[in-house]
Structures are given as C-alpha cells and as structure tokens.
Design a protein around this ligand. Sequence first.
Ligand code: PEP
Ligand code: MG
Length: 864
Amino acid sequence: MLPEEQGDAAVQRSERPEFTEITPTAPVAVASHGWRAKCLQRLVRLDLPVPRTVAIPAATVRAIAGGHLPDTGAILAGFGAGPLVSVRPSSENPDWGGPGTMLNIGMNDERHAALAAEHGATVADALYLRFIRAYATHVARLDPDMFDGADGSAEALRAALRAYAQETEEPFPQDPARQLAEVLRSMARAWEGTSARLLRQAKGAPAEAGLGLVVQDMVLGLGRGESGSGVIQFVDPVSGQAQITGRYMRQAQGGDPIAQSEGEIYLTRDPRGPSLEEICPDAFADLLRYGEACRRRLREEMQIEFTLANGRLCVLDAVKVARSSRASVRIAVTLAEDEVISRSDALLRVEPRALSELLHRQVDPRRPRDIFARGIAASPGAAKGRIVFSSDAAQASAARGEPCILVRRETAPEDIRGMHAAAGVLTERGGMTSHAAVIGRGLGLPCVVGASELRFDPRERLLRARDGRVFREGDVITVDGTRGEALVGAVDMLEPALDDTFRTLLSWADAERDIGIRANADSPSDARIARDFLAEGIGLCRTEHMFFQGDRLTVMREMIFADTAEDRAAALARLLPMQRADFTHLFEIMHGLPVCIRLFDPPLHEFLPHSRDGLRELAEALDKPLSDVTRRVEALSEFNPMLGMRGVRLGITLPEIYEMQARAIFEAAIEAARHGRVVVPEIMIPLVSAVREVELVKARIEAVAAAVRTRMGADFSYRLGVMVETPRAALRAGDIAHHAAFLSFGTNDLTQMTYGLSRDDAGRFMSAYVQSGVFPEDPFHTLDVDGVGELLLIGASRGRRARADLTLAVCGEHGANPESIAFCRAAGFNYVSCSPFRVPVARLAAAQLAIVSRMTPENSAELP
Ligand code: PEP
Ligand code: MG
C-alpha cells in the first residue's frame, strides 16, 4: 500500500457523503469511488494540473439508478457560474467497462452566447450541437439518425434544438443541474442494464460490482494561444519498447476537432511537419515529466489525456496503456529492472496464457480479418498456406517448399506425417483433446478444430463455408489457432517474441514456483523445445507416435498381422533398434533430467488402413491376399476402441510389445551412460484399472531388466509408475501405489471416462453445452475440479497413504492450465506435464500461485 493510501480502509468504514471533491487528502478509495477517481487523486497528489474533479461513489450511483435524485446543484456549486463539466465512469476495475464519457454538460443558450463572444459563433455552434446530439441519444434515448449529417452551422443547431423539442415534447433543458442529474441517471441505469452486466461479468466482475462517476471541469482546447487536446504514452503498445506515441490535435476536444480545428500535428519532432515538441516545448517537457512521475509513483506505464488551453497544460485523465501480450511482458520486466516494481509484481502483471501468444506467429491485430469459419482454438499461433485435403498432399506441398494448411474432417494417427508437413490444421470435428488438437499443441502447430459450420466434401474436394463461400485445394487461407478462426487469404503476421525480456520473466518465475513443470514430448524435436523452454524433464513420452514414422509403420503392421509368436518376435526384433535409437536420442537431449516413457497405449487398429486403396497396398506389402488382410482388419476393429483393447490390456495380452519397449529403454539408458549422460528412465503403464495388471507387467519388466543387466554387464536404475486414467485406478490407488514409484494422472482419459464422454466426439455439442450452462467449461480444457478433481484427490490421498514418497503428477492436457496447476499444487502434486509450447505458461502460472499464496492482505502488492 502506498503511504498516501493508508487512510483508505478507514474511508470504507465511515459514513460516505454523496460526492467528494478530489483533493490530495480527500477520502477516496478504489472500492468505493472506482479506479478512475483513485487514479485522479494520485495525479493530484503528484501535483499534476488536474482540473477540479468531484467523485460520486458507487453507493450514490446505485441509489440514483434506483430513483434517488442527487443534489446536482450542490455538485456544480464549486464549478463556478455557468459551469461546463464532463462525466466519466469509474468502476472498480477499468476492464469492466462502463458507459461512455459525456462532455460539455452545462451547455445551454447562455453559455453558447458567451462562447460565441469569446471564440466565435462557429466554435460555439459546433460545441452546442455536439452536446445536444450526445444528450439526445444517450440521455433522452432519441434516434441518433435524427442528427446525422448535421454540420456545425447555426442552421443545423436550430434544427437540432427543434428536433429535440418535437421528439421529447419539451425544450432542450437549459438548467445545468437538471442536465447533470439526467446524465448521472442515464449512466447509472446503463450500468445496471443486462447486457452491460453480462459483459463485465464475463471479464470477471462480481455480480454486485458498482459504478463510481467523476465529474470534472471542462477545459476547452480552444483559444488564440496554443490550444488543443491529445493523449501521450511513453511505450509502444504493440512492442512495449520505450517510445513516445499518441496524438495531438489543435483546437480540439476529447480527440475530436472542433470547427476550425487546425488538425493533427506530431507529438515529437518530425521532418514531415510541425510538432508539439517544437511549438510548445515547455508543455511538452512537462508531459515528459508527468509521464515519468506516473511511472515511478503509480508504478505503471500510463497514457495521459491532456488539454492545452492558451498554452496552459491540464491533465484530464490517465489510464494504463492498453497493450499487446508481448508489450505486457516487456513493460513488466522493464519496470522491475528499473526498480519501479518488484519482480513478484512483474510476474503477477503478465497473464500466463498471454505467453503462448509470444511463442508463435500471430495474425497482426491491426489487419482486417475476413473470417469464413469459427471453431475451437485448439493450438495457438497463426499460419497461412494453400489448402490441402490429405496428408499425402501436405507432404508433397512441403517437398515443394510451399506452406500448406491441412484441412480434414478430423485427423487420425495416420495423419501425423501430414501434420508434420503442414503449417496449420483445420478440422470440421473434434474437441480440445481430439487427435488434431493434442498433436497440434505438441508440435506447436496452429490448429482450429470443431469448425462445425464448415462442410467438408472430400469427394468434390471442396470446403463450403456457412455463408456459401467455397474453397478448393490450392486456395490460400490463414488459420488463427489463438482465436479459433479461419480467415480468407494470407493475412499479415507478427513474428514470435522469444526475446530477452521473455526469458528474464521466466527465470524470475522459476525462482518463485514450488511445483515442477515437465513437458509431454514424443520426439527429439519436441524434447529440444522442452529443454529450450526449461522443462524439468519429460513427463509423458507417447511411444506409439514413434511407430508412425518412416518405414516403421510397415514393420508395425507386420507385427500386428503376425500369425505366430515367432513372426511377431521377428517384427519386434526389427522395431527394437529403432526404439532404442529413439530413446538414446531422447536421453541425450534430456541428459540430467527425468524422462518418463509411457508403454504402448492405442488400440492396434489405429495402425491399419481403412480405405480400399490402403488395404490393397497393405496386402501387397505383406504379400497376403486382400481378403485375408480385410478380414484381419475387420477382426481388429472394435465397437468402442477407446474402451477396448488398448493400454495395459495390450501389454497383458501381447506382452512381447512391452518387453521390447522395456528392453529398448534399458539398452538406451546403458548406451547413454556410456556417453556420460546421466539418466534415470521412468516407465509408465497406461490405462490401468486393476492392481493385478500392474503386478504382471511389473514382473515382466523386472525380468527384462535383469536380462539386460546380465547380457550387457552394466547396471542401471529405473522407476516404474502407473498412469491413472480410469476412475477405478483412482479408487484403487492405495493398492496400486504399493507397486508404483509414481502415479501420473492422465486427465484426458480420466475426464472421458468419468463423464462417459468421448473426447473425439465432445466437440460436436460442447459449445452448446457450455453456452447453455450445462457445463461451466469444456472439461477437456479446464479440469473439472468437482468430479474429476475429486478422483484426483482420492487417488492422491490413497496413494500417498500407502506410500509416503509416492510422486504425484498430472500429464493430461490440463497440465498447463493455471486453474489445474492451482488444484494440483494445493493437492500436493510434485509436477504437472504439458505440451512443450505450454511450458512457459505453466512456469509463470505456477510462480503466480506461489507468490499469491505467500501474500497476506498486509503485504499484498496493490496492482494499479
Ligand atoms: C491422458 O489420457 O490424459 C493422456 C495423457 O494420455 P493420452 O492423451 O495419450 O490418452
Ligand atoms: Mg490416455
């Protein structure tokens, strides 16, 4: 708390007057009068030339909305004879919005005549007309069209007064106190309106959030000496770099020219034309001083709204500079480096999710967007390229060096190569944990899924948008995975911003956080990204992804089609060196850090072709009759493969697969150790539901370990753990923990099984469910703490009771969500694991949680 604010708590308790003039010592507080009133008081305390301002607390405004008549005569009494004032909203948080500012309250025939005498009739007409128009539309609620096209002439002014009188059946109100009362009433009611309430609640405002108002003396940017109005800020709002930006307009008010305005001039010296810096160097120097004072004392980069009246500078208002995600990082770090704020404050000022925007190219927010489809923003970043409808076409496009967007109804494991080749992915179906979404996030590939308004016609090879527009293969589109939109054409991009300030902020985050962050990484390139983003190891390596690469798929299929144990062993013997090489590579990259490898998980049919052509090709490759191949593929298909023969069930029924994988892991660990790489592999058994499954697999893995030790004459250690992905595994975690060094909760499957809701089909109705409030959020995106969360707590406590040193983790897609991290941290989990590109988000979110949990109301830093 700043020293000058120590009286605030007392203010909240005392009986509050209907309004308070803002002076350095006046009892004004954010909670009662809103952020703007408080900010203006701080400007007054900094001795900035703020015109006389009166703050009306939210309690009074609420009473006004309910019909109370404020004593506006008393409010205006201090503003002199013929007052002219503005009213601005002042809610507790600037992000909650509020009604627009009203200027020139007090304008009437008498004031019009006085202004005409001082500044000329044209100026007076323009100002009066402007006020009538604003009052008529916002206060009297007349149709704005009535005043459209009215220029600033005397005739237009008379016509406006006539129109007002006709519509409202009374002359335009002349009494400033009456005008002010009506303005206050209309603003108070606008705040209570349903749409305003919903909008602010969507931004986090509580249902009972109130609105304060500030009434300020108007300073007209008119006169013979230098006059005008403008805004100035000292950082660039897109990059956050120190730079003076803003605008200044001569003979203008609130950024709008008044009649005879001389237009906009530059703020700083510029060879292209005159600037405020040259014309009014003293005022310009004062603005720089004020900016620095705001920065140091308000501890924030502020945008200052100012007016010059005959060379006299007034500061009307100051607001936090609106900023892009990348600017928010640079501003926070720079303020901390300049010792204006603490490092923890800097960490708290950046929204963790905003970081993922910095890791990828983004659509330039300043460019127009022609959106032809909306879906789920499944993987952030933006990419542009030509449409391709198949993975083969994506690979061909990549071979030609042409960026492409892979458009599919949904993706399947066999599309992995196509996804690797594409710049972005767009699917008609799918939810937050559908195949395309999970792989897209893992690869850092911009991805929009569940664009259900699109009609994809694979036969015609075209895509039909809801508005009837048709897109064909080769057409250029842009996928915005940050906003979940598909745009027509190639849109300009902003490049990623992994600069020093980004790295500095994350290094500060690591010093604060108290929960581990690992990455889900399946390939060496994922692992490199994970290392680069300072993940503390791999929390999930989905080994099946390795079998889709290159010629492995054929060997894999041979293994699946093997008629005898010998044939299967032969195929696995060919896969073994490939897996060993994969793991050796991973261990090298991750040396010194844990690598958690999940044994084979998916149903086997995912590796098999489904089209006629694919079946024929497979028959040729395996040298078997097509009918044989088709029969075997049919035999392997399941009614519900997600709940069928997958995970540990495969490990039990076809144990050779897990044995091969265990051997590859152990041999790779020995190999890595020979090259001086320290590694303790972790082996994880997926989709467990019974302790006996763990016992059986564990016994086989131990046997493999013993055999490898003997054969290689080398020792190694490893840790064996279990993925908790079924509700039963969570309930039986106590038994399971006796056989496992760690439990890693796979919250994707656990959510799927707890809800009985297919993660691949949820996208079809999820938005309708969330919009109508059936689910508060998509549970595949935000951990369902009430249901799935309870299973996590049960599993964690039963597991830890059985084994105090049990490591607990989450490796589902929820791992990077700040809310999920908060939950896991509170439940005593050791780490969360998420896609490599989300590691920075998780690091910052975890740091914020640690900082906030340390704060008590006394030592909490007040955010501006
Ligand atoms: C999970 O189910 O949460 C998980 C991490 O495994 P997968 O997404 O591969 O099923
Ligand atoms: Mg799973």
